[in-house]
Write a protein that binds this ligand. Sequence first.
Ligand code: RTP
Ligand code: MG
Length: 140
Amino acid sequence: MAIERTLSIIKPDATRRNLTGKIVAMFEEAGLRVVASKRIHLTPAQAGAFYAVHKERPFYGELVEQMSAEPVVVQVLEGEGAIAKNREVMGATNPANADEGTIRKSFALSMGENSVHGSDAPETAKEEIAFFFSGIELVG
Ligand code: RTP
Ligand code: MG
């Protein structure tokens, strides 16, 4: 399988509970490498733009509010089949349906406050990485 890069966000519910290190360790144990990382506090406009694809969904307002409430850690993860592998380690969107040992099963509080985001396809990974990082910040 090809080496890929994917965009990961450790969400405010997780940074608030000081879970950043534990979550990064789970990615690393799965064979993913952090090739870019920063802690930022999104404005509501920035969170809204990032999640624009969901703007007609009923949960959009709550999602934007939660994502801009406190800092997040945005990272680029690299590895073989990184996009699918990252989502496997994250677990299902709803923590009630997430497999044992996944990040969301271990840490998520609810469907909305589900601790992590991960790109869902090669095209979205490319767009989401470019949303947060310039080429010079990606250190493979
Ligand atoms: P993500 O994009 O954050 O990696 O998560 P995902 O693909 O598993 O889920 P997606 O359908 O893309 O939804 C994006 C985020 O919106 C929140 N959400 N809340 N209350 C709800 O019904 C609901 N549904 C989705 C979650 O924070 C989800 O991660
Ligand atoms: Mg998604």
